[in-house]
Design a protein. Structure first.
Length: 196
C-alpha cells in the first residue's frame, strides 16, 4: 500500500509541475495563481503546497527540469561529433535551439532570474549546462586560466541571443526564422574566434 501511495504522490507532483510549467509559459509567473495550477492539474491547492511549498518553489522546480532538458539536448548534440571543436560547436547550437523553445525561454531567461534571483538562477545553471560548456571549452583547447571567464562570456552571449530571438518571435514567424538564423550565424563567428 505504501508503494502505491508513493507512486500516486510522485504522479501528483509531476502533474502539478506539468501544469505549472504550462501556465508559467503561457501567462508568465506573475499572472498565475496556485489555484490556477491546482485546477489545471486536477488537485487541491494543498497538494501544490505540499509538493512545492510556494509558487516560487514550483517555478524553481520547473526551471530545474528545463535546465536539465536543455543540458540533455546539448550533450546529445555534442556526442554526435568526433572532434572537440565540433562538439563545442554542436553543443552551443543545440543550446541556442533548446533555450529558445517554449517553455524554456520564458521560464529560464525571463521569470526564473527575476523571481528566484541571480544567485539561485546561477546555481541552476551551474548544475546543468555550464559544466558541459566549461568541459567543451577545455577540450577545445581554451587555457585553464581563461575557462571561467570564457564560459561566462559564451554563456552570456548565448542567453542574450536567445532573448533577442524570443523578442523577434513576438513580431511574427518570419522575423523569428530570420532572427534564429542570424543568431546561429553570429554564434558561429563567436565560436570561430574562440577556436581561433
Amino acid at each position: 500500500m505504501a508503494r502505491a501511495s508513493a507512486a500516486v504522490a510522485a504522479q501528483t507532483a509531476r502533474d502539478v509541475l506539468d501544469a505549472g510549467t504550462e501556465l508559467f509559459t503561457s501567462r508568465g509567473f506573475a499572472e498565475v495563481s496556485l489555484e490556477d495550477v491546482a485546477q489545471r492539474a486536477g488537485v487541491t491547492r494543498g497538494a501544490v503546497y505540499h509538493h512545492y511549498r510556494s509558487k516560487a518553489g514550483l517555478l524553481r522546480a520547473a526551471a530545474a527540469r528545463l535546465q536539465a532538458d536543455v543540458a540533455t539536448a546539448v550533450v546529445a548534440a555534442a556526442e554526435q561529433e568526433e572532434t572537440a571543436s565540433a562538439q563545442l560547436r554542436a553543443g552551443c547550437h543545440a543550446f541556442l535551439e533548446a533555450i529558445t523553445a517554449a517553455p524554456a525561454v520564458r521560464i529560464l531567461l525571463i521569470d526564473a532570474p527575476a523571481v528566484l534571483g541571480w544567485t539561485q538562477w546561477r546555481e541552476l545553471d551551474a548544475q546543468s549546462s555550464a559544466p558541459h560548456l566549461r568541459e567543451a571549452l577545455a577540450a577545445a583547447g581554451v587555457a585553464e586560466e581563461l575557462l571561467g571567464a570564457m564560459t561566462a562570456h559564451l554563456s552570456g552571449a548565448m542567453n542574450e541571443a536567445a532573448l533577442w530571438v524570443a523578442e523577434q518571435a513576438r513580431a511574427g514567424e518570419r522575423d523569428e526564422s530570420r532572427a534564429r538564423d542570424a543568431a546561429h550565424r553570429s554564434l558561429d563567428q563567436l565560436l570561430n574566434a574562440v577556436l581561433g
